[in-house]
Write a protein that binds this ligand. Structure first.
Ligand SMILES: Nc1ncnc2c1ncn2[C@@H]1O[C@H](COP(=O)(O)OP(=O)(O)OP(=O)(O)O)[C@@H](O)[C@H]1O
Length: 228
């Protein structure tokens, strides 16, 4: 496929003598929600980190929108992560001293949006997603599921082209996990966001358009790639 938004070709990466990726290849299409599954230690998070420009592979290529991410320097990769990508991890990682709305506003502030405007926008997002009542609370005053929904909104507020979600429901019970996934899919469809979703839970992967499995540092396709 040549028109994928995000691609990895024959990616290898080792941590010291431990190989994490051994020839991984993947193509993610614009607007697609792709679930990356596989056993513990198979290389899922490492692959996500390579696709997101957090890690640079030892060998192979990472392409975003036709551009070689693996050839960019740290500053350019950091700008790409800040301006074009969004992130949500297993333990939301909200800044504990800040309120929910301040946490949501953070990516906008980092992108140079003025504080008042960033907070107004953060509040609008929280309202739109039914979380407006939580805006003034700090993360210590939120339940795990509420905190994770706020973290998800923070990952989406700057309208990233790709959202990288690494086990976003891993710390939640299944009902709360479903609420987080419903929110993620609703926003992604509305905004046309592409999602790379690492999960080991089939119920979570079922929200995706397509699934791949990582095994021993390689990617096995489970369902067919979309045509186009
Ligand atoms: N920072 C690191 N230092 C050393 N080894 C690492 C590091 N990160 C990952 N590894 C190793 O690389 C391999 C792949 O790890 P990775 O975290 O990508 O797997 P995973 O499929 O995401 O696992 P899990 O489902 O348990 O999160 C494993 O053998 C792991 O121990």
């Amino acid at each position: 496929m040549t028109n994928a938004l995000l691609q990895a070709h024959d990616v290898h990466l080792s941590f010291g003598t431990t190989p994490a990726l051994r020839g991984a290849g993947i193509a993610v299409h614009e607007g697609e929600i792709l679930a990356v599954m596989g056993p513990s230690g198979s290389g899922k998070s490492t692959l996500l980190h390579c696709l997101a420009g957090i890690l640079v592979p030892d060998r192979g290529e990472i392409l975003f929108d036709g551009r070689r991410v693996d050839r960019l320097g740290e500053t350019a990769r950091s700008s790409l992560r800040r301006d074009t990508f969004g992130f949500v991890f297993q333990f939301g990682q909200l800044v504990p001293e800040l309120s929910a709305e301040e946490n949501v506003a953070l990516p906008l502030l980092l992108a140079g949006v003025r504080r008042t405007k960033a907070l107004t926008e953060a509040r609008a997002w929280l309202d739109r997603l039914g979380l407006g009542d939580l805006g003034r609370r700090t993360s210590g005053e939120l339940s795990g599921g509420q905190a994770q929904r706020v973290a998800l909104v923070r990952g989406l507020v700057a309208r990233p082209r790709v959202l990288f979600a690494d086990e976003p429901t891993g710390a939640l019970d299944s009902l709360t996990g479903e609420q987080v996934m419903d929110l993620m899919v609703t926003v992604a469809r509305d905004e046309g966001t592409t999602i790379v979703l690492v999960t080991h839970e089939p119920r979570v992967a079922a929200y995706a358009d397509r699934e791949v499995v990582v095994r021993d540092g390689k990617v096995l396709a489970l369902t067919a790639e979309p045509v186009g």
